[in-house]
Design a protein around this ligand. Structure first.
Ligand code: FES
Length: 637
């Protein structure tokens, strides 16, 4: 085999490693795939098969990287990959000498140049997440098999017959499969479908059901829960539904839900909140199956991405320690459970995968978001901000990722704003101020009924731009307003002792009480929120030794981030001052990450591995937080 020639890979990882000796692993290595001509930087130690899969390079496989199908042969053209015992059994001596290896057995310890042969079986791919191409390799797979009828001479058990028919996989057998196999074989003239999840045979179904295989991705939000039914044979969504989390009567945010549990030592509140979360998931599961005409028994797996509090509660784990310093989780990762154990009625052996969390306030929804954005595999520096009551921030690239959470408060939910409302029909979401007056964008073009988070950011950014708010966030005097913006000056007025700016006269002009306005206190709420967020990312930049100018992309995530005007976000200082074209709305990345975990067991493994890769920084531990927070309160005009 050709010896390593790291220079050909434009890698510094391999060069450094070979210079100092083989015992030191570089943290990242480069792997280049031919004939695709694509090169990626991945964490050292990752299996070659996974590195290919994560980056949309398809390598033949029917076992999904479990080392049983022996189909994942690739040729190592440059770099070293030791021969494993499985390689020696699956590949001839001559081919081994030429560099052929099983990709799922090659641990990447140095940079490699790899030739991927043409596919014998063509795996499908789907574009999910933030434009990521994912090779479809769900943990769930089905095999249609025709087995020989038993005879006096052939005394193999029913389950042995099925296992022998899928002998490229080494499977363990679930009791459910043993219960169903006898009937299924005899009802279907010995033509059955083996249902496999990872390496477990969970069921044997009558006839050929291979085209009916589904999973449900849940984004379990504190406010809203979204369910996407996915056809695991194509990767396409079959139905999407959302509803308010039924825990709403216990308060709008995680703290009020934790408080309700803390105040009830009997444990009844935890049971109730847990039941309500499960009811929400089950109702949505029913609805998506009904909408798509899918039998719930054909759903074999669900993935749940939620913040740490929601994940704890849905699993019946007391979240109380999350609500008080030092903010400790019962566990950062959770074992797989059956969907039925959290009261979701699907296939009786359907599994539920709950995303792991980095910290009490950077939960599984953010882990899922990172999977969706692929930040851990991208050499570009990116800043991920999920804006909400609690704002999660992640900075970095494939070399290093640091995460933190900033307490932004309820301003963005509209809850603490005088005329605030959730982003629903009638909410003012866009505001433009001009010499002609005020232009408003209202959700669903309904009559204005209040201001949602994005409208609040817009109006404050516009008031700063035209000069009606000074850099400290104070409304200017009436006299100054007449000089600065005469066409808007009559909207700047008083309600009682408080200064307000009127956006919309509901009744007669001048009836401030009945108008939709933004008050001085509202501006202060937003200032606190933006200062907390800006303090969060500025500390991350410092910790990472990076500068905002190095950022290639800011990803604004979550329902609020999706509607936020990038220009207003920059103007306010919610995000670093970078060209607005580098600021993109990433949408519901938690839901996208949950989908990816269902479509690809490799993506799921990557999500679990993120726990080791992302550094978590607790802001409340920083002695300089308050000083920095105060520095960030002002507006730059
Ligand atoms: Fe099946 Fe490697 S992927 S043996």
């Amino acid at each position: 085999m050709t010896q390593p020639q790291a220079a050909a890979l434009d890698s510094n990882g391999a060069t450094a490693a070979s210079a100092v000796g083989a015992s030191i692993l570089p943290e990242r290595v480069d792997v280049r795939f031919e004939p695709a001509g694509r090169q990626f930087r991945v964490p050292a130690g990752v299996m070659l098969f996974d590195a290919a899969s994560w980056n949309g390079i398809a390598i033949d496989s029917t076992c999904g990287g479990h080392g049983t199908c022996k189909k994942c042969k690739v040729k190592i053209l440059e770099g070293a990959a030791p021969v494993t015992s499985l390689d020696a059994r699956a590949i001839s001596g001559e081919d081994l000498r030429q560099g052929w290896r099983l990709a799922c057995r090659v641990a990447l310890t140095e940079s490699l140049l790899v030739e991927v042969p043409p596919l014998l079986t063509r795996p499908k791919a789907a574009t999910v997440g933030v434009g990521r191409r994912v090779i479809l390799r769900p943990a769930v797979q089905k095999r249609f098999v025709e087995v020989a009828e038993p005879t006096l001479a052939d005394q193999r058990s029913d389950i042995e017959r099925v296992l022998d028919a899928v002998d490229d996989l080494e499977l363990s057998v679930d009791l459910g499969a043993i219960r169903s196999v006898g009937r299924a074989l005899r009802l279907s003239d010995y033509k059955v479908t083996a249902v496999i999840v990872d390496d477990v045979l969970i069921d044997v179904e009558v006839g050929d059901t291979t085209d009916s295989m589904f999973g449900i991705a849940f984004d379990l939000g504190t406010t809203t829960v979204v369910a996407t039914l996915l056809d695991l044979t194509t990767g396409a969504p079959a139905a999407v539904r959302s509803m308010l989390n039924r825990q709403q009567p216990f308060g709008a945010d995680v703290i009020s839900r934790i408080s309700a549990i803390m105040m009830d030592p009997s444990g009844a509140a935890l049971d109730r909140l847990s039941a309500l979360a499960r009811e929400t998931l089950n109702t949505l599961a029913e609805e998506v199956c009904q909408e798509a005409g899918v039998d719930p028994r054909s759903v074999y797996e669900v993935a749940v991405a939620g913040n740490a509090t929601m994940s704890h509660i849905v699993l019946g784990i007391d979240p109380e320690p999350l609500g008080v310093a030092p903010f400790i989780m019962a566990s950062r990762s959770f074992p797989e459970v059956l969907a039925s154990e959290i009261d979701i009625a699907l296939h009786p052996r359907a599994r539920a995968v709950i995303f792991p969390a980095f910290g009490a306030y950077v939960g599984g929804d953010i882990t899922a978001g990172l999977v969706a954005s692929g930040m851990d595999r991208d050499s570009r520096v990116r800043l991920f901000i999920d804006i909400g009551t609690n704002c999660e921030i992640v900075l970095g690239n494939s070399d290093r990722l640091i995460a933190t959470a900033a307490p932004a408060g309820p301003a963005f939910e509209g809850a603490s704003i005088k005329c605030g409302m959730r982003a629903a029909a009638g909410a003012i979401e866009v505001v433009k101020l001009s010499p002609q007056g005020v232009r408003l964008g209202v959700i669903e073009d309904a009559p204005p009924d209040g201001i949602c988070g994005s409208g609040l950011v817009d109006v404050v950014a516009e008031l700063v731009r035209v000069g009606l708010l000074d850099h400290s966030g104070r409304f200017v005097s009436d006299q100054d307003a007449k000089e600065i913006a005469p066409e808007l000056a009559d909207r700047l007025t008083n309600l009682g002792a408080e200064r307000v700016f009127v956006l919309y006269w509901r009744a007669a002009k001048g009836d401030v009480e009945d108008s939709i306005f933004i008050s001085q206190r509202d501006v202060r709420e937003l200032q606190f929120a933006k200062a907390a967020i800006a303090t969060g990312w500025s500390i991350l930049f410092e910790e990472a030794g990076m500068k905002p100018s190095e950022v290639s992309q800011v990803l604004l995530a979550g329902s609020f981030g999706s509607y936020l005007s990038p220009a207003s976000a920059v103007k306010l200082g919610l995000v670093p001052k970078i060209p607005v074209l580098r600021i993109v709305s990433a949408g519901n990345v938690a839901g996208e990450g949950a989908k990816m975990a269902l479509l690809s067991s490799r993506e799921r493994a990557a999500a679990m591995a993120l726990l080791e890769e992302v550094e978590y920084l607790e802001l409340s531990d920083r002695s300089d937080f308050n000083d920095r927070f105060v520095d960030q309160l002002g507006f730059v005009q």
